[in-house]
Design a protein around this ligand. Structure first.
Ligand SMILES: [Zn+2]
Length: 267
């Protein structure tokens, strides 16, 4: 701290400092920032009319604050709740998925003798939405949200529930249109979603969605298109296996909540 300015300098500063050179004014101001004693001396050195003016300003501000309009309503709870369940970037991806399902239904109805495309793509239908639901690229408030105590696996599960709330009814409708059993539409879809979330904590949800989707397309969709025969994994006899796999993968996801506590592991 600089040395205390003497009382005469403080008094002249309190009068406006017109007769003080700039270097003195600056050194007084720097000193006043760090010295409560000199701030008290400065307050005592102001002229009575200046103190009266300050008192009038303070009283007027108090009245204006008391008589002013009430504070604007706080909208944070809705905003917070919405972000737990939804990120707006999901909209276009869900729209695209619904469009693809509709096209698959039209193709299935046009060529009823071939394996249903609706059945083939149902397992991977929620994956684009799940990948976007937990992506730093899609959510502008990503760092804030992920750093919040309520984030992590529970938030991803809530947003996944939002995705499924759109996709599952669409699967039910297109599955009925394509005359496919609903269990074979739903269970592989839930199993692939759970696999994506289970792997996502370690490798990133987007990478996990790409891997699960890629494996499904390479191992099931492409061979089916080539052979024009319904694969074993999508025949009604496979339903109990899918049910078991879904339960096992869901149990695995329940044990991976710690994976979602790291910012760097997700993308
Ligand atoms: Zn001082």
């Amino acid at each position: 701290m600089t040395t205390h300015p003497n009382l005469a300098v403080i008094s002249r500063y309190a009068q406006g400092g017109a007769d003080l050179d700039d270097a003195t004014v600056w050194s007084v101001e720097v000193h006043l920032e760090g010295c409560a004693d000199c701030r008290a001396r400065l307050a005592g050195s102001t002229a009575p009319d200046t103190r009266a003016l300050l008192d009038r300003v303070a009283a007027a501000m108090d009245e204006a604050i008391v008589a002013g309009p009430p504070p604007a309503p706080v909208r944070r709870p809705w905003s917070t709740g919405r972000r737990r369940w939804l990120v707006w970037a999901l909209g276009p991806w869900l729209g695209m998925t619904l469009s693809v399902l509709a096209c698959a239904l039209l193709l299935t109805m046009a060529w009823p003798g071939l394996p249903s495309l609706v059945l083939l793509i149902a397992p991977v239908a929620p994956l684009p939405g799940v990948a976007v639901a937990w992506s730093r690229r899609a959510d502008p408030a990503w760092e804030l949200i992920v750093g919040a105590p309520g984030a992590g696996l529970m938030m991803l599960l809530r947003r996944t529930a939002t995705v499924l709330a759109v996709i599952v009814p669409a699967l039910a409708l297109t599955g009925a249109g394509a005359r496919q059993p609903f269990a074979l539409m739903l269970l592989p879809c839930l199993a692939c979603t759970a696999a994506t979330i289970g792997l996502g904590g370690r490798f990133g949800v987007r990478r996990a969605a790409l891997a699960v989707g890629g494996i499904w397309v390479a191992a099931v969709v492409l061979p089916t298109i080539v052979t024009a025969d319904v694969p074993v994994v999508l025949r009604p006899a496979s339903t109990p296996v899918w049910a078991l796999a879904t339960v096992a993968l869901a149990a695995y996801v329940a044990t991976r909540s710690t994976d979602y506590r790291w910012l760097s592991s997700r993308d």
